[in-house]
Unconditional design. Sequence first.
Length: 380
Amino acid sequence: MTTPHRSAIARIVIMLVAAAVVVTGCSGGFAEQDRNREAGDFSTNINPPMQQPEQTPPSTPPADPGAPTGPCPDPDPTVIATCLDATSGLIAASADATSTVVAQRTSGKIVRTKRGGPTVDIASFDVDASGDGGLLDFTPSPDYAQDQLMYAYITTPTDNRVVRLAPGDVPKPILTGIPKGDTGNMGTIHFKSPGELLVATGDAGDPAAAADPGSLAGKLLSVTDLSSGGNTPPRVLTSGLGQNPALCPDVVTGALYLSDRAPAEDRLQLISPTGVGRTLWTWPDKPETAGCAAVNGVIMVSQTRTQRLQAITAPTEEKPTTAEPMTVLERRYGALGRLTAVPAGLFQVGTVNKQTGTAGPTDDRVIIIPMPQGPADTNV
């Protein structure tokens, strides 16, 4: 099993901010404004093999990580980031999940923050945020300490694409031509290994394109040519993805899951090493799954329309049947977006109330959620 790079990336992000490195992107013409700055090759060092996962101890609700200070205080102690644009991808930036690095879809900015601040700008991209487009996801390079590269999945006026950003440079295209639509632009990127980037693309509002082998819409893609302007086409691992696909590696076991919204139902799949998904659960009522995160076989799935977090236990050889999801949070923070997790059994979820739903005075926010221990926490 490949070592899950998301948890390693969290450590990289901490180092990034500690070194006070701020990366910004310049406007317009990602392909045309090529200053040909080389950022260096990726390291060939592979992380050590994954140790056998230990049983994650039950997490407890986090203590108040700081007084509600700053220009946009929220009295809820589990809220660690406030007054953001509608969120998209996020990464926990500390082992206790009390700080976060979060992408803001409409502004194209990535920031690091925690309860009470400060907020540090990490990167900025010019994006087309019409519909559900914009800054869709991001990830630092697995070798960020050496190359200081940031990767992002963004919407431009003509397409959705993956770009690479080096300090002081403009974004360089890595994968272009992913179809753009009025809806169905959301997707995710995840480094499976230092030399392979997985890209889950939405169907751009056209389910037929997801099944079309000639289209990059609605696909799980493997990108191994990570050079600027590379000509090697991506390899299609899985077709037929719906809207808003979200990849989530288990930060303890390395298992990889994907949630999306298919035309007939929302679903959660287990992704095999070849990319073919095994469906673990489906939601025919279409609650609008928005993200997933996993710790040691517990998969949390966020939902936008129903404003719920649900927990699913991954099947095992001893228990091959997936049990019905347990609702652990409902209608407390509004519309929910992407998720991330840390090995200690804590999750972060971003809200998207400025995109859908009703925004409150401190939206949009990032909230810490402990490993589920009981019935739903509801605010109705």
